[in-house]
Each structure stands twice: as structure tokens, then as C-alpha cells.
Design a protein around this ligand. Sequence first.
Ligand SMILES: [Zn+2]
Length: 128
Amino acid sequence: MSLLQSLARGFRCRCPSCGEGQTFRAFLKVRDRCEACGEEFYHHNADDLPAYIVVFMVGHVMLSVTLWMELAYQPSYWIYAATLLPMAALMSFGFIQPVKGAVVALQWHMGLDGFASARARRLGKVSS
Ligand SMILES: [Zn+2]
């Protein structure tokens, strides 16, 4: 399985191993294991990386939109507040779960942290 396929499955909030089971049991709570194939997720360690990635993505979009609005229309400040703040909030809430799913899938694919033994089993390097 390629890294891109694992990331795509994770971004769709699916198990990176089988692509069928859900990664999350709540909005940002990762399941302990896949309900379809049993792959373990409890030892993932995404920490703040998904939030950093989302801030990076949303910040670039917001900067572009802000510059475009200023150069094209020069609106008053309340227009910025009424449009850009909800836009930033919606984009952030929309992207955080798929990005976290992709980060967990990246850890799974690379065998990082607790996924090392699962990766070794997957690649046939350990028999258990
Ligand atoms: Zn699975």
C-alpha cells in the first residue's frame, strides 16, 4: 500500500489499513481499534500536528482572501469581521478531523510510535 493511499483513507476518516472502518468514535476522538479489521489505533500520537497543519492551510487561504478583498473593494472592518471570522471558523472545523485522520494514517504507514510493531507485522518482519 502506498503512502498516498494511506493518507487518502485517513483524510476520509477511514481506517488506513482496510479503508472500511471509521477512524473516529467522536469528533476528534480516535477509536481504539478499527471495527472492521481490528487494526489498533489506541497508541497513535497525533498531538498538535493536525492543528498546526490546519492553521497553516487556513491562514494561507485567509491571507489571500483578505488581500484580495482589500485590493479589490477596500471594505470597512465590520465587513472583514462578518465574513472572514466565520469563514476561518468553518474552514478550521471542516478540516481538523480529516487532517487528524491523515496524520494518524501517516503514523500508521510510517510505523511511528506505537505503530512500529503493527508495521513490522504488516511487512512480515515479526511473527505474532
Ligand atoms: Zn480497518
